[in-house]
Design a protein around this ligand. Structure first.
Ligand code: NDP
Length: 329
């Protein structure tokens, strides 16, 4: 028997709670993982509270990411004791996820925990950090170097934004951080931001083309912000779009693309191919300054705290990352 958060929906309504579960109930998959840590992401909080239709079948164990060691494997690529990480692939949405002491998953969904990264650190980085690295990789694959010019990061004080600022500044880029929280300016500067701008300067409807300000951008905000980011990007610049904190819409024109040769690079962490995932995690282990990760901050909680914390997270009352030690009471 093992402990797991179960999300249920039936005649009694939608609810989430801590349960003791029989391992025979685990879904199919080549690899059984003994989970050590998971996290509570925004998407997990939506799944736990039922605030948005994230969960596609019931009962569901939420948790879109986890780290642990292989317990059993029918795939020769993995053997008992291997340290593994999983992000996405619909885990915690359509397939039982990481907020449990065990998970059974497809072997192709797993990547190896890179050397030098402790399991708890990997979950402090989490899907937000992995997505930030995918954005950095996209900017670099399209040819941006520190000599290309400034890089804008929107939603800078958020999870993806904070790690993007830390990574880009450590790589030598001059980072402009856009935030709505002026009180976080010192924090953003300590992560490496050279300049802070008020997010209001980007969030209202703007012109199709503006002054050419940045060589590239990591945008976790979408909507008018993304449109204005593209309009202010320099000739042959690159914008990595990964989020929708302001909105799902994209009220833009094609002017930046056809007149300034701007590239809009979409970033999806969920179905991202294994090769890119492993590269992202290997690079995080080497390139993310652990002191900066400590500044971003994380709090470790137990499985029994998860449901209460999900409500607080949706209410915007949590700062920094939430790591779940699934073996803590
Ligand atoms: P957070 O909630 O930690 O950060 C989002 C940040 O966006 C906030 O901190 C805030 O930054 C800014 N923001 C919030 N509301 C608004 C608004 N109305 N207008 C402008 N800016 C706003 O989320 P994450 O960093 O974890 O995720 C960021 C986005 O990326 C989310 O939309 C998430 O769904 C998405 N995401 C996508 C992934 C993918 O695979 N593509 C993977 C992971 C996340 P500030 O306070 O600095 O202004």
């Amino acid at each position: 028997m093992f402990k797991a958060i179960l999300v249920e929906k039936d005649d009694q309504g939608y609810r989430a709670g801590l349960h003791t579960v029989d391992p025979t109930r685990l879904p199919e998959g080549e690899v059984l993982v003994r989970v050590s840590h998971s996290t509570v992401n925004y998407k997990d909080a939506l799944a736990i509270t039922g605030r948005a239709p994230v969960v596609r079948s019931f009962p569901m164990v939420p948790g879109i990411d986890f780290v642990g060691t292989v317990e059993q494997s029918s795939d020769p690529d993995f053997k008992p004791g291997d340290a593994v990480v999983l992000n996405g692939w619909g885990v915690g949405e359509t397939h039982w996820g990481g907020l449990a002491q065990f998970a059974r998953v497809k072997s192709q969904w797993l990547i190896r925990l890179p050397e030098g990264l402790q399991p708890e650190q990997s979950m402090a980085i989490g899907t937000a950090g992995y997505t930030a690295m995918l954005c950095v990789m996209a900017l670099q694959r399209h040819g941006l170097t520190p000599q290309s010019g400034d890089i804008l990061v929107t939603g800078a004080a958020g999870g993806v934004g904070s790690i993007a600022v830390a990574l880009l500044s450590s790589l030598g880029y001059r980072v402009v951080a856009s935030t709505g929280r002026a009180e976080e300016s010192n924090y953003l500067q300590s992560l490496g931001a050279a300049e802070i701008i008020d997010r209001k300067t980007l969030s209202e409807p703007g012109k199709p083309l503006g002054k050419e300000r940045w060589a590239g951008a990591v945008d976790s905000v979408g909507s008018h912000t993304l449109a204005n980011v593209c309009a202010g990007t320099r000739y042959r610049g690159v914008v990595a779009a990964c989020g929708l904190a302001q909105g799902m819409d994209f009220p833009a024109t094609v002017a930046p693309f056809i007149l300034r040769n701007v590239t809009l690079a979409g970033i999806d962490s969920v179905m991202c191919p294994t090769r890119d995932r492993q590269e992202a995690w290997n690079r995080l282990a080497k390139e993310l300054d652990i002191n900066k990760l400590a500044l971003i901050g994380s709090r470790t909680i137990g499985l029994s705290d998860v449901v209460a914390v999900a409500e607080q997270l949706l209410a915007g009352q949590i700062r920094g990352r939430l790591v779940v030690d699934v073996n803590r009471d």
